[in-house]
Design a protein around this ligand. Structure first.
Ligand code: NAD
Length: 438
């Protein structure tokens, strides 16, 4: 099938590359000239495991092309996917101007029946509004289908190729069937393709993200209670996670959730609830708890140094919002770095993939070290902020020798407190008793 994907970011590129890989002819469209130029050279503008190879294979196979030109892109696809950002507006509601203006500009160019599949995360009723916008300008039959995306950055290609489920929300059976057929190659492991009403699919995406965010805020609050009582949150986590109704996933205490989805989707959900005339309290609290949690590691640092952070120097290991991505959007590291800089401290950041994007945020206000150990030189403490695998078993002797003092603030509970005590560190983590002479 001929497919156009409008928006070549984390979702659009992965979608385009995977659909090309199953034999479709895909054109990825974007308004960002630099991004498309890089893609035309065969370079991936983002880091996502497996994506660079998939792009190259399918470019070489002649199934994947890129463009910034709207008219040929619209005429190419029998099915047009929308994977355009829906960032939070000033009041936290989803800003839909990007997808609405794209739909408006496409509508006048559509010259045959088409299916528009919306992958962007949007409030209930957006698919209907998209359909109205398009039909107002276009005499041909166009159905808008909702197909929320559940991929996770860091394993996006794998998630797309082997999804837990595919959700298709459609008001037209034939349109739903065409989209279902596109996904059949990816569900040979019998994952379900769930077809539902369009509005239900839209709400499903927000419900999934808000549920996961709620679990994170929940365990963070439990961790905070644990700290007050000298309890190890891992024991409580094991005590509840073994209950099959609860499980262990998304119950890791830490520095709060980040990324381009959870923070904005929880805030947008408050508006979805309010628009429906339903109390929004749950979503507001999940958001507030997370906001507090994002500041907590900084508060612990401040407390440890008696509020005197001016001139102190900190190494930060991990700046992306999660491992295996280069994405720093809404990363907790941004909050921590900002507070440290405001307090007059110096920050030396290291990360396997995120330094370039971090530079876009802080420029020369902090320093950047691809080598994690170099970041430690002369620092008053190490802050662990993202749980990259390579930080899990460091050379503790080298680490101790490089730091001015053997002090670690671990926002991801990567190390065993007993091990840290044995290596002579003061070790401050989340929801676990502090070890060492502090
Ligand atoms: P992104 O910012 O990485 O990519 C969006 C792309 O759309 C950008 O490259 C931008 O230049 C392009 N764009 C903007 N306006 C355009 C237009 N008129 N025509 C063509 N391209 C245009 O965003 P993303 O992370 O891929 O997210 C896209 C949507 O998918 C959002 O609604 C998001 O909530 C949702 N989503 C994201 C993830 C994720 O993990 N990133 C997962 C599931 C769902």
């Amino acid at each position: 099938m001929r497919i156009t994907v409008a928006g070549s970011g984390y979702v659009g590129l992965v979608t385009g590359a995977c659909l090309a890989d199953s034999g479709n002819h895909v054109l990825c469209l974007d308004i960002d000239e630099d991004k498309i130029a890089a893609l035309k050279r065969g370079e991936s503008p983002i880091y996502e495991p497996g994506l660079a190879d998939l792009l190259q294979d399918n470019i070489r196979g002649g199934r994947l092309t890129f463009s910034t030109e709207l008219a040929p892109a619209v005429s190419h696809g029998q099915v047009i996917f929308l994977a355009i950002g829906t960032p939070p507006g000033p009041d936290g509601a989803a800003d839909l101007s990007g997808i609405f203006s794209a739909a408006e500009r496409m509508a006048g160019l559509i010259s045959e029946p088409k299916i528009v599949v919306n992958k962007s995360t949007v409030p209930v009723g957006t698919g209907g509004r998209l359909e109205q916008i398009i039909r107002a300008q276009c005499p041909h039959q166009v159905h808008v289908v909702s197909n929320p995306e559940f991929l996770k950055e860091g394993s996006a290609v794998d998630d797309f190729l082997r999804p837990d489920r595919v959700v298709i929300g459609a008001e037209d059976d034939r349109a739903a069937e065409i989209v279902r057929e596109l996904y059949l190659p990816f569900v040979r492991n019998r994952s379900p393709i769930i077809v539902m009403r369009r509005a239900a699919a839209e709400l499903t995406k927000y419900a999934a993200n808000c549920f996961l965010a709620t679990r994170i805020s929940f365990i963070n609050e439990i961790a905070n209670i644990c700290e007050k009582h000298g309890i190890d949150v891992n024991q409580v986590r094991e005590g509840i996670g073994t209950d099959r109704r609860i499980g262990f996933q998304f119950l890791y205490p830490g520095v709060g959730y980040g990324g381009s989805c959870f923070p904005k989707d929880v805030q947008a959900m408050s508006h979805v609830a309010a628009d429906a005339g339903v109390p929004k309290d749950l979503f507001e609290v999940v958001h507030q708890v997370n906001d507090r949690q994002r500041r907590l590691l900084f508060e612990k640092i401040k407390l440890y140094f008696g509020g005197r952070l001016r001139g102190k120097r900190f190494a930060m290991w991990g700046v992306t919002f999660k491992p295996k991505t280069d994405d720093v959007r809404e990363a907790p590291a941004l909050t921590i770095i900002s507070h440290l800089l405001d307090s007059g401290a110096e920050v030396r950041a290291s990360d396997p993939q995120g330094l370039e994007n971090l530079r876009g945020e802080f420029g020369d206000r902090i320093s950047y070290f691809p080598n994690a150990y170099q970041a430690l030189e002369g620092c008053d403490a190490l802050l662990v902020v993202t749980e990259w695998n390579e930080y899990r078993s460091p050379d503790f002797e080298r680490l101790r020798a490089a730091l001015k003092a053997p002090l670690i603030f671990d926002g991801r509970n990567l190390y065993e407190p007993a091990t840290m005590a044995r290596h002579g560190f003061v070790y401050i983590s989340v929801g676990r008793p502090t070890v060492g002479p502090g």
